[in-house]
Ligand binder design. Structure first.
Ligand SMILES: Cc1ncc(COP(=O)(O)O)c(C=O)c1O
Length: 385
């Protein structure tokens, strides 16, 4: 059997490939600390679990509306309106099976063959591949050394084929949070060249003291009309397995995506949507407790790893993205992939190579694990370096 060019044209997820090696080492008895994992180790809060169980017991196990149940879409729109002073209603919201699925839907609905999408690098692995799956061309533009957007470079990458600029704040893998001024400049560029903006805000609530997340669509009416905001319950509420993400956009685009969704997956899991409803109703102190703990882990991880790697202090999400070029040279390794493998085999700590994020000579260290794990991982890595 021959696979399609479309599938041959995309790369598999490097993080998933590494997981197989980690599983193998674990099965051989190695005690691996997984700082490669992009999800917090907290349990899903109990109100979410209870609401999901109740929904199952109440037989909420049938198809629901393709775009998602009305109660949840209304709740999400009220949440966004309150938080970002938007004026959305439920018709501006569509639910999907995680934000990965939402990104796939967006590019299928937005791009024609050969359309270009500008993606600041480093970037999350799925972005370029979902552009390619829609026949588009991902155009990578490096961020500045401090991981902030380089607006001059972005403008010079715009061509007649450019259809959209994708931004991701707080950022995976760098933890950078973009300023209001930079986001306003993105809107200006989009307006000048008539582009859409895709704003992945999967880490929306995970910003640390002194740093505020700005929702780009809330900057002006024009910004709202141009922006496709991608959101997720995965990271904010420890619901990675529930697969609940959503799109907030103008109604016309939501209707276009809904048409596709109707043929692709239909609604996403009905009872999981009731869990998501409970997440938005939950006492905020539960979420605040998680953010505070992640901030303590960020401070610890930064303080430790900064002793051995040059690094920027992340302002959001839960990743460090140090430069490891010196060590690659010192250890006589070829690249960051070999470095990640070296750390895995010698120190039994899993991290991801920067090449998976379009940025060689770096690694991504997730600090979503316990403080004890972070300390142990650090001392093991320090020892083998
Ligand atoms: C930037 C970014 N967007 C989206 C996602 C995917 O989240 P979901 O679980 O909603 O598909 C991730 C997961 O790592 C991510 O890092």
């Amino acid at each position: 059997m021959k696979n399609s060019n479309r599938i041959n044209n995309i790369e598999g997820s490097k993080s998933i490939a590494l997981s197989a090696k980690i599983e193998q080492l674990k099965s051989e008895g190695h005690n691996i600390i997984g700082l490669n994992v992009g999800e917090p180790d907290f349990p899903t809060p109990s109100p979410i679990i209870e609401a999901t169980i109740n929904a199952l017991q109440e037989n909420k196990t049938r198809y629901s509306l393709v775009q998602g149940i009305n109660e949840l879409r209304s709740k999400i729109s009220s949440y966004l309106n309150q938080k970002y002073s938007l004026e959305t209603n439920k018709n501006n919201v569509l639910l999907g099976n995680g934000s990965k699925h939402i990104l796939y839907l967006i590019f299928q609905a937005l791009l024609n063959e050969g359309d270009e999408v500008i993606i600041p690098a480093p970037f999350w692995v799925t972005f370029p591949e979902s552009v390619k799956l829609a026949g588009g061309v991902p155009v990578s533009v490096n961020c500045k050394r401090d991981h902030q957007l380089d607006l001059e470079q972005i403008e010079s990458a715009i061509t007649k084929k450019t259809k959209a600029i994708l931004i991701n704040t707080p950022n995976n893998p760098t933890g950078a949070v973009y300023s209001k001024a930079d986001l306003e400049r993105v809107v200006k560029l989009a307006s000048k060249y008539d582009l859409s903006i895709i704003s992945d805000e999967a880490y929306e609530i995970l910003t640390y003291k002194g740093c505020e997340h700005i929702n780009i669509s809330s900057l002006s009416e024009e910004a709202f009309n141009r922006t496709l905001t991608v959101q997720s319950f995965s990271k904010s509420f420890c619901m990675t397995g529930f697969r609940i993400g959503y799109l907030c956009a103008n109604e016309e685009f939501i209707n276009a995506v809904n048409k596709l969704q109707g043929h692709l997956s239909g609604n996403n899991c009905t009872f999981a949507q009731y869990g998501a409803l409970a997440a938005l109703d939950m006492d905020y102190t539960v979420v605040k407790g998680m953010i505070d703990e992640l901030e303590a882990r960020r401070d610890l991880a930064y303080e430790l790893f900064n002793q051995i790697f040059p690094l920027e202090k992340p302002q959001g999400a839960f990743y460090l993205f140090p430069n490891i070029e010196n060590y690659i040279n010192k250890l006589g390794l070829k690249n960051c992939e070999e470095f990640a493998l070296y750390i895995l085999e010698k120190a039994n700590v899993a991290v991801l190579p920067g090449s998976a994020f379009g940025c060689p000579n770096h690694i991504r260290i997730a600090f979503a694990n316990s403080q004890e794990d972070i300390r142990t991982a650090f001392s093991r890595i320090k020892d083998v370096l």
